[in-house]
Structures are given as structure tokens and as C-alpha cells.
Design a binder for this molecule. Structure first.
Ligand code: PEP
Ligand code: MG
Length: 539
């Protein structure tokens, strides 16, 4: 069987197809007669949920440290809370309802009470109560944990994957992604590029392919289910050719990223977390041009502490051993939702309360991150950049906050290094004021993913619009040109960190515009280096 889709990253993958299970919990109110048996079910489910949390605590303390893992201990204690337990039991007894329903209603009630409290810490517990209630409901419903169950690498097939879901996947078991929805510029697509695995979107699959053998052709945008021997042989050959090409690119390791006529540019890598650093080194990037720090928040069940963030940033800069590491401050909101931020649902999230807007309104969150970044700067070469900027006023406020943080750190005896400050140019407003912004900061990094979305008025998440999405639209290219010219006028260097930076058909255009840096997925580093080395700007 052959299914057509759209490729978001090339390559060939072969293996078992595994359908991703979402944990959508439809809770029905059911009348029960034996309330004692229902209470017994509830008690047993609570015990099982506590065992799951204890296992998660062990796993998280090994992987992300004890203070991030502590939330799983808090959740275990919440399950033991007598008020919560009494409320569930009372509802089962007095209303003769099923345990799932009693837990869901209690979870909602408690969550509302917490959300209405003045104390910020207690407010944040609202999401936790929901979390523990959902966990107990899952156990009661006999649902498996969301995700996929496999001990061997698989081709993951899903309706769609939110960033909060992809962060929880065991990456070592993924050969490829195939989704029904999602768009070329979604963060799932970006993750596939970072991981260097083929990925398809827009595949209209049926549930019965689960467990069958599949081949993903990320060049042609095709998924084969149970292909015959001839096709399997054909793809084995393709895979070998691909490996050969990759081997040839390996020869560019250790070589400078320089044009034939001698112009050298900075070629950096984009990462989502500490786990991506090995591939940055393997692909020989000269630095990290975009560390999407929000993934630290997405991976956690509560706000990552200053200490946890400091450890993550320090580990990255130390491993990069003096090479530049540009860390972007929190870019939460839009498609990157985190429960414990308790953000309101918005009609237009891409143009909503996100990124720097949240940081400027919630200085506690912002300052915690800045403190961790400045403390880590002592151990290497950190630069910080700020997302979704639209005004000079915002940049001045950011700089004031940075000064406050530096002063506090100095007063407390913390050392920090020299840190370059930059802004992302990813809104048309920022492009139009690049002349003023260039005087305020050390560098610009052009986020072409959002810049294209806002310039062309095309939601990057909406697959329906993929055919209108012209990555080479002259409006976008002119915006880049203008940003480079104005940045240089103001004394700022200019890079591109959006996906367009890896488009080798534009490498020469970017170099002719005067772009100083390109930051791309680790898997694209050597291909972009090859393209730069092919350019002759004098020719
Ligand atoms: C961009 O918008 O181009 C960018 C690099 O940031 P993100 O894709 O994380 O929004
Ligand atoms: Mg962006």
C-alpha cells in the first residue's frame, strides 16, 4: 500500500509503524449501585498512580536533577491529601457516581480554588491538581501512558504532535515521524530536522496500519505499508546512497566555512536542549546560534528553578568549550503551551500573549532565567537573545532588567562573563525599526519562520495554507536585506536562525546580502558548509 504525504525532511526510514496514543480522557457520569466497590477502585488507582509517580521521580532525578524531579514527590503527596480524598469518596457515596467522574469533578473544583488564590505558588498548584486527577482517571480507565510502547525503533504515526508531547518521546526509539496534520514549519518538523530523521505530514492513514512494516520516503513524501520485496530492495539501495553522501560530507569536518574568494562566515547550530549538543559537535558547528530555552520549560512539570536552568546552560557552554552559545529567552505561547503557566485560551495565539510579552509582564519568571544565564556565562561564551520584539521600548526595558539582575548577582558575590545581547527579528515591526534597534544591541538573529508567517499573513501551523507559503517570497527576502543593511549601519552583526538559513539554494543570496552568521539544524551544518564553499562572490 502506498500513501502520499508531504515531506518536511528528506531521508529513508524502514521499520515497524507505531500509532501514537493520545491520552484524551472522556469521562462519563455513570450511576453505580455498589459504592464500596467504587471506592475500592478509587483507592487502588491512587496507589498505582503513586507507584507511577515514584518511578517518574527516579527517572527525572537521574535525567534532569533532583529539584526538577521534586514535582513528582509533590504530586504523590497531593494524592494523599485528605480533603481531596474525602471529596472523591463523599461524591461516590452521596451521588452514586463512578470513580472517574468523582475524581474529574474533584480535580476541577480543587483546581479552581487554587487558581483563585493570591499566592503565586498556590496558584501554580492548580495545574498540578488537574495533572494528578488525570493520572488517576487514566489508571481507572486502564489507559496506557500516552506515547508509544516499544523497545525497538519505530516509525511514529500520529494525528499531530504538540511540542509538549514531542519532548516526552524517547528519541532513541524514533526512526521517522508521519502525521496526518501539522505543517512544514511546525516545531515537530523542526524536531525531525534536528534529529536528522525523515518526516512526512498530511498522510491520510488508517488505524489498522499499526504494527505493520513501513518505509518512509522523505524525498518523495511517500509512506509504503507492507511493501513487496522489490520496493524494499530499492529503498535499501537508496539508504546506502544516502549514507555515502553523508560520508562525503563528513570530509568537510574541520574545514573552514569560507567562500572560494575567501569570505568566512559563522556557521552555528540550532538546539532544543542539552541532549542535542552531541550532534552539534559531531557535525562540527562553530557554535550554537539558537538554543530554544523554552524546551527546558516544556520538559518540566513546573517552573524550572534557577539552579536547574543554570546547570543546563552551564553544561552546554562548558561542552562547547569557549565557542559561542546564543541562548534565546523563553518563547512560550502560541503552539508551545505549558500547563503550569495557566495561560488563557486565545483566539489568535500566534499573535497573542507569548514570548517576551510574558517575560516583561512576569518579571519573576524573566529574572530567574536571566540570573541562571548570567551565572552560566562565567563558564563560557554566552550570548542572549530575545524573541518577538516589536519596539525599541521593549529592548530598553529588557536592558534595564538585565542591569538589575547583574547588580543583584554582583551584590550576592556571583561572577559572570561578558555577554552579547541581541534581538530576534521575526516581526515586520522589528524589520521596519532595524535602524533604531541596531544601535541598541550587539546582534540581530532573523527568525524567518515567524517573520514569514507575519509578513505573508500565513499561520505557520495551518497545513491548509502550505501551498500559499512561499519561503522565497520577495517580501521576506527584502526584509532580510533591509535587516542586514540597517544592522550593520548601527554596528550590529546579523545572522539567520530560522529554517530558511539552511536552504542551500539561497546561501549565495544571503552571503551577497552580507549575512554574517547562519544557524541551522545540526544535520544541515555540513550541507550548508558545502554550499558556502561552492560560492564565489567575486565571480
Ligand atoms: C523563527 O521564528 O524563525 C525561529 C527561529 O523561532 P521559532 O521557530 O522557535 O519560533
Ligand atoms: Mg520564532
Amino acid at each position: 500500500m502506498k500513501m502520499e504525504g508531504k515531506s518536511v525532511f528528506g531521508g529513508v526510514a524502514m521499520g515497524r509503524l507505531s500509532i501514537y496514543k493520545k491520552n484524551d480522557q472522556l469521562v462519563k457520569r455513570i450511576k453505580v449501585t455498589d459504592t464500596d466497590a467504587e471506592i475500592q477502585r478509587y483507592n487502588e488507582a491512587t496507589e498505582k498512580a503513586k507507584q507511577q509517580l515514584a518511578a517518574l521521580y527516579e527517572k527525572a532525578s537521574k535525567e534532569v536533577g533532583e529539584s526538577s524531579a521534586a514535582i513528582f514527590e509533590v504530586h504523590q503527596m497531593m494524592l494523599d491529601d485528605l480533603d481531596y480524598q474525602e471529596s472523591v469518596v463523599n461524591m461516590i457515596q452521596t451521588q452514586n457516581v463512578n470513580a472517574e467522574y468523582a475524581v474529574a469533578v474533584t480535580g476541577d473544583n480543587f483546581s479552581e480554588i487554587f487558581a483563585a488564590m493570591d499566592d503565586e505558588y498556590m496558584k501554580a498548584r492548580a495545574a498540578d491538581v488537574k495533572d494528578i486527577s488525570n493520572r488517576v482517571i487514566s489508571v481507572l480507565q486502564g489507559a496506557e501512558d500516552a506515547g508509544f510502547d516499544s523497545s525497538e525503533p519505530v516509525i511514529l504515526v500520529a494525528e499531530d504532535l504538540a511540542p509538549s508531547e514531542t519532548v516526552q518521546l524517547d528519541k532513541s526509539l524514533l526512526l521517522s515521524f508521519v502525521t496526518r496534520y501539522g505543517s512544514t514549519n511546525s516545531h515537530t518538523a523542526i524536531l525531525a530536522r534536528t534529529m536528522n530523521i525523515p518526516a512526512l505530514i498530511g498522510v491520510d492513514y488508517s488505524e489498522d496500519i499499526d504494527g505493520h512494516f513501513g518505509i518512509v520516503d522523505g524525498f518523495e513524501g511517500v509512506l509504503y505499508v507492507d511493501p513487496d520485496e522489490e520496493i524494499i530492495e530499492q529503498y535499501k539501495k537508496k539508504q546506502e546512497e544516502q549514507e555515502e553522501k553523508a560520508r562525503l560530507l563528513q570530509e568537510l569536518k574541520g574545514q573552514p566555512t569560507v567562500t572560494k574568494d575567501g569570505r568566512e562566515i559563522k556557521l552555528y547550530a540550532n538546539i532544543g536542549g542539552v541532549g542535542d549538543v552531541p550532534s552539534v559537535l559531531q557535525n562540527d558547528a562553530a557554535g550554537i546560534g539558537l538554543f530554544r530555552s523554552e524546551f527546558l520549560y516544556l520538559e518540566s512539570d513546573t517552573f524550572p528553578s534557577e539552579e536547574d536552568q543554570f546547570n543546563a546552560y552551564r553544561s552546554v557552554v562548558q561542552t562547547m568549550a569557549g565557542k559561542k552559545v546564543i541562548i534565546r529567552t523563553l518563547d512560550i505561547g502560541a503552539d508551545k503551551q505549558v500547563d503550569y503557566f495557566n495561560l488563557d485560551k486565545e483566539d489568535n495565539p500566534a499573535m497573542g500573549y507569548r514570548a517576551i510579552r510574558i517575560c516583561l509582564e512576569q518579571p519573576d519568571i524573566f529574572k530567574t532565567q536571566l540570573r541562571a544565564l548570567y551565572r552560566a556565562s562565567y563558564y563560557g561564551n554566552i550570548a542572549i537573545m530575545f524573541p518577538m520584539i516589536i519596539s525599541v521600548e521593549e529592548v530598553r526595558r529588557i536592558k534595564e532588567t538585565v542591569e538589575e539582575v547583574k547588580k543583584e548577582l554582583s551584590d550576592q558575590g556571583f561572577a559572570y562573563g561578558d555577554v552579547e545581547l541581541g534581538v530576534m527579528i521575526e516581526t515586520p515591526a522589528a524589520v521596519w525599526i532595524t535602524e533604531e534597534l541596531g544601535k541598541e544591541v550587539d546582534f540581530f538573529s532573523i527568525g524567518t519562520n515567524d517573520l514569514t508567517q507575519y509578513t505573508l499573513a500565513i499561520d505557520r501551523q495551518n497545513p491548509r495554507l502550505d501551498s500559499f507559503y512561499d519561503a522565497h517570497h520577495p517580501a521576506v527576502l527584502r526584509a532580510i536585506q533591509m535587516t542586514v543593511e540597517n544592522g550593520h549601519k548601527g554596528g550590529a552583526w546579523v545572522g539567520i536562525c530560522g529554517e530558511l538559513g539552511a536552504d542551500t539554494s539561497l546561501t549565495e543570496t544571503f552571503l551577497r546580502m552580507g549575512v554574517d552568521e547562519l544557524s541551522v539544524s545540526p544535520s544541515r551544518i555540513l550541507a550548508v558548509r558545502a554550499a558556502v564553499r561552492d560560492c564565489d562572490l567575486k565571480g
